[in-house]
Write a protein that binds this ligand. Sequence first.
Ligand code: SAH
Length: 456
Amino acid sequence: MRECLTNPQYGYYTSRSGSASGTAAAHSETEGRVDQFGRKGDFITSPEISQVFGELVGIWFLTEWMAQGRRKSGVQVVELGPGRGTLMDDMLRTLFQFSEFMNALEGVWLVEASSELRLRQKDTLCGSDARIEWDTVQGCWEAKSKYSAIPVRWVEDINLLPEDETKQAMPLIVAHEFFDALPIHAFEVVPPRLDDQQLENSQILGSDGRPMSRRNLASKLPQWRELLVTPTQRKFGVGSAIKTPNKASSSPEAEFTLTVAKASTPNSLIMPERPRYQKLKSLPGSRVEISPESSRYISDIAMRIGGSNSTPDQQPSGACLIIDYGPPTVDQIPINTLRAIKSHRIISPFSLPGHADLSADVDFGALVESACTANPGVECHGPVEQGQWLLSLGGRERVDVLTRGHAAKKDEMETAWNRLVDTGPRGMGKSYKVLAVVPEKGGRRRPVGFGGDVVE
Ligand code: SAH
């Protein structure tokens, strides 16, 4: 997943021509650049569907800033994986209406692996004439926002965001359709190799009639095995293929497939051996998908928001909103969710590597666990369904105001809004979920959209 999406030369997001070669017709071109997003691209996201989405995300951060004491300085708005920059643009345009907040806003940080998309975001947020320059002090790319000339800065990974040396920062972090692009590992439980007699015998004995050594016993218990990406049998004459998830009948032919590793891999010995996966281990055939990269990102976020016990002057401050698709309940661990999208159609994730978008369901339960483990100074709210969250933030009322001013576009605006909140199979209202990470308050303060109200 990592190579297919962000390899500097061939990655779907990172390569200049990677997603275009051979299939340029399927992409929209802006000023000679290949565009993955929008109707002519491969997929469309909520902020690209309706401006109301980004406006409400901006309002949500404003309510957090208010609830956490209307800080006078040190506010930083951070986005992970900003795509075309549309969400951040809608957020900043909205926040710009609130001068007290804007006075407190010190900068915008964007975490983006793709240099092409960084330029695209610069055009959206700073204007096509604005210059993007290397800031030697901060060690990042920088340009001035078209709103109040606030600095907009780019880094490639969250761990390159500067640490808050003043201990006074308030990071407001949004990640929309970002975590679904972070690599997953998949595992399956394989049954123990026991014969019938051994199975009947509760004390497992070795062939010499004596209790088995720990080493032998281990192989006689169910084990996690990693699912590995292997070239197809047809193409290279190797690998005993198992059925791949998300098959699509009209897919271009897959060059790879998933196979169960014949033996333990370092990942299978470490990753699924956490309490969350323990129950499944006794059920051969069970699968799990785990994203260590997602745990790393959410842990970093929790460290930035949750303050530090050892440094009492670093008070918990800030908020994070994660919006993505995931399983219906927080306890459900994703399985078989790796998918590829090309020209708005789901295709096999094993065809067209580097030319199609790859994603997997976000394990919100794992994110909550990782955040709270990394820093007990944070608490999580949700995930709640996107439709419900947008409605509770006043989205319907906002659409009414917008359509009154643009009668000619009323139908278009209504259709776009309905797509965001529709809970049916074609809508995004139910399948997309919203999770908030905020400073720990023993669950007494609920953020807006998660059962709470605006705090003046
Ligand atoms: N949030 C945007 C775009 C989502 S697409 C929207 O909703 O429209 C995913 C975004 O994350 C792209 O900008 C992509 O380049 C970026 N991205 C994907 N993997 C990344 C990684 N490992 N590190 C940094 N950025 C990444």
